[in-house]
Structures are given as C-alpha cells and as structure tokens.
Ligand binder design. Structure first.
Ligand SMILES: [Zn+2]
Length: 442
C-alpha cells in the first residue's frame, strides 16, 4: 500500500509537506506526537500561504484582519486568522479556490440541516486522494478481508462516498454502496443484501440503524446471529444510551464517527467510548466562545472551529461548524495519543427550558435509559412556553399505554433533568426519510 502511495505522491507532485511527513506512513494515529505537531504546523503555514497568495476571498479577509502569512509561524498563532463562516461559504462557491477551476474534480452539497442556501464544497483530485488515503487504522481497524456496507447517503453529501473511498483506497477493504433510503436502496433491499452477503462492518446513521433493525425483525433476520464486527455511526447526534440500545439490538459494538461535508473527517471514537479522537492528520480543532469569539480552554464548552490540513487547493481555515463541544486532554486508555473532544449538540438546536439551554442529545441520554420508552421520540417545543419539556414517544414492544405510565415516565424524566416533563404516548411516529428530527416546534 505504502509503495503505491509513494508512487502516486511522486506522480501527482503533491505538496512537499505531505511528501515529507507521509512518505513512510499514512497513519497519523501511529505517528509520534512531536512529528504530528510538526506536520500540522507546516501544513497550516502552507495552507495559509496558498490561501493568501491565490484566493482573493482569503486575501481580502486576511488584509481586513491585518494578518499576513508570515504572522502564522506556529499552531498557537492560528487565532490571529479570521473565521470562515457558513454564510460566507453560501455566497460564491468558487471563492475558496487557490487553483484553476478546471482542477476541481468533485463537488459536494451540504445536507442543509440548518436550512437556507446550500453549501457547495469543491475538491481537487489531489485533495480527494489525500483525504481518503490517509487513515487511522488503530482507531478504525478495517481489514482487507472486511466487507463493509455503507448505508449513508451517496447523493449530494460527501457522507457515503467519504467512508466508501477511505475504506476502499485507505484500508483496501471491500465496500458495498448500499446507500440510505434512496430510490434503489430501501431498508428491505438493504436487509436482503445483509442476509445474502454477511458484511463485517456497517456504517450508517443512528436512526437508520433502528429502521434497519425494524425491517430485519419484520423479515425474521436475527441480527446478533450475523456476528458483525462493528457498526460505525455518523450523520446524526447520538447519546450513549441510544448507542447502548443499538449495540443490544444488533449484538455488536457500535462506535461514533464525526465529520462534515465541508471539512471531511473530524473525529473518530475509540473503543473506550469516551469522546472522539481528533483526526489530527486532517484537521486542527479549536473551541471558541460563539459570542466573544475567544479561544476556550480544554473542558470549556464552545463552538468547534476547524482548519483543514490536507486542503491546499480549496483551503478551509477556522471554519465555524456551529457544533458545540469541548476538548479533553486527559490520556485515553486506548493508548492512541491523538487529542480528544466531546460533542454537545448543535448551536442552533439547543432546547431552552426555564432559561437554560439543553442539547437534545443530553436529554435523549436520559430518555433512552427509561426501558418503557421506545426507539422513536420527539421533543416538542413551544417557543412561548418553555417551562416544561414535552416528549412525544412510542413505547417499547409489549408495553401498554396508560395515563399512569405517562405520569411515571414524566416523574422519572423530571427527576433526571430537574425540569417538569409531560409525556404524549403515540402508537407510531413517522419514520424519517432523511436525518431524524428530534426536536419539533409547535
Ligand atoms: Zn481512545
């Protein structure tokens, strides 16, 4: 694999910084920290210099902020650079380019969960090749023998293709592009393929893991009997308690993966299940106070700001993701020394109750520990009435709905989160065709 990569490095005349640091190994999770930080510093300087020299968009921003490439000498100079926002990316899709338009080989479209004009993400072939070839085998030990089912969207967004190519080109595994609920990829067909082909790895979203499990139950397919090696979840927030349910239903370990169409891979959860390791070969992460825009200390919750390290043709510098989280610099028991972070939901998704903000994932974690509650629920928010939390939910199989049960669940939930709760028990909630909607406004 390495020799093939080295050959391509020479042929493609990729950035010198990549050639210097990744000619022996493509694995940032094997790299000594000192070497990794040195790579990050050089990659950052190269990305900033290219951005200033070749992209009018970044040159203008940097001039306005009074910063020149020579001011970015070290990683801790990053804060001097201006932010890049979603609103800016929605304006001119070509503005970030530091290369000729003809070099662009792929365009992805953000799924637009926050609404508004879509964000188009351009990539050149070199960037795409780099981003999908450099991988993390200690965190994601996909083997050549593994048959991997990628049950994520392949249309528009980069989600499906990103895993597909990383597992195929990076890990030399076999992949099946099963997709997620597209015209040709119904849950029924996916379950048929799972039965016939017996994958080792499944990549999907938390809600679709449940949809597939319900379809498997209807088709009398014993999921634990499949002996899957691992399920990787991506694309939606997911609490530890909901993950536990998925692990139990599928009878297999489940880990999280975090990324975005605009930035690619950002974090990979290890088997310690205690936060994500940062994909430090691909990105730099800062946690910033969304209001004051100051960089926060480890442990403080703020907005995740991402700088891509393997993108020199379409640089993305200090991108404000609108996702919340905090850094955790404690060593991880798994032994991987890449830094870690915890996610705390989306900035615009927080539920305000009695003047306090709650992440739906935080609330879900308590809800999913109530055994009578089913796997489909909604938090119902009435903007003018934020004194209590209303939860509309299905019940677990075999549980009968009674007013007493609704009261008992409300009391248990209230006990956990310290806010009055109300349960509306329904027989069936609609299954999502896109990302699961956990918060509805009425
Ligand atoms: Zn770990």
């Amino acid at each position: 694999m390495t020799s093939d990569f080295e050959k391509r490095l020479r042929e493609e005349s990729l950035s010198p910084v990549i050639r210097r640091y990744f000619s022996e190994s493509l694995f940032p999770d094997h790299m000594p920290t000192k070497r990794l930080l040195k790579f990050q510093k050089e990659a950052l300087r190269e990305a900033v210099t290219r951005a200033y020299d070749k992209s009018p968009f970044y040159r203008h921003k940097m001039t306005e902020a009074g910063v020149k490439p020579r001011d970015i000498k070290n990683l801790n100079d990053l804060f001097k650079m201006p932010f890049t926002t979603k609103a800016e990316l929605r304006q001119d899709p070509w503005a970030l380019l530091t290369c000729d338009k003809k070099e662009v080989s792929m365009v992805h479209v953000s799924t637009g969960t926050t609404g508004g004009q879509p964000i188009y993400t351009m990539q050149t072939w070199k960037e795409y090749y780099l981003n999908t070839s450099i991988n993390y085998p200690r965190l994601q030990p996909i083997e050549q023998v593994d048959l991997c089912f990628i049950a994520l969207p392949y249309e528009m967004s980069a989600a499906g293709l990103d895993f597909h190519t990383r597992f195929l080109a990076g890990h030399q595994a076999a992949v099946v592009a099963v997709g997620k609920g597209g015209a040709y990829s119904t849950p029924e067909k996916t379950i048929k393929l799972i039965r016939d082909l017996r994958p080792a790895i499944l990549v999907t979203s938390p809600s679709y893991a449940i949809t597939l499990a319900e379809t498997a139950a209807a088709a009398s397919l014993d999921l634990p009997g499949l002996c899957l090696k691992k399920i990787w979840l991506a694309g939606e927030g997911c609490s530890p308690a909901f993950r536990n349910r998925i692990q139990k239903i599928w009878g297999t370990p489940v880990n999280f993966n975090y990324g975005a169409t605009e930035c690619g891979i950002i974090g990979i959860e290890c088997d310690a299940h205690n936060g994500y390791h940062i994909a430090q070969g691909h990105v730099l992460m800062e946690i910033v106070d969304p209001k004051t825009e100051q960089v926060l200390e480890p442990g403080q919750i703020g907005e995740l700001v991402i700088t891509c390290l393997l993108r020199f043709d379409t640089p993305l510098i200090r991108y404000r993701t609108q996702d919340l989280g905090c850094l955790d610099l404690q060593p991880c028991p798994c032994g991987v020394t890449l830094e870690r972070f915890h996610l705390r939901g989306r900035l615009n998704d927080q539920i305000v109750l009695q003047g306090r903000s709650y992440s739906p994932v935080y609330l879900e974690n308590f809800l999913m520990q109530l055994p009578e509650v089913g796997n489909w629920y909604e938090f119902v928010v009435k903007p003018d009435e934020n004194q209590r939390l209303k939860i509309r939910t299905e019940l677990a199989g075999g549980i009968k709905p009674t007013p007493e049960l609704a009261e008992k669940l409300a009391a248990e939930m209230e006990n956990a989160i310290n806010v009055p709760c109300e349960f509306e028990i329904v027989s069936k909630l609609p299954r999502p065709s896109k990302k699961a909607v956990r918060v509805v406004y009425e």
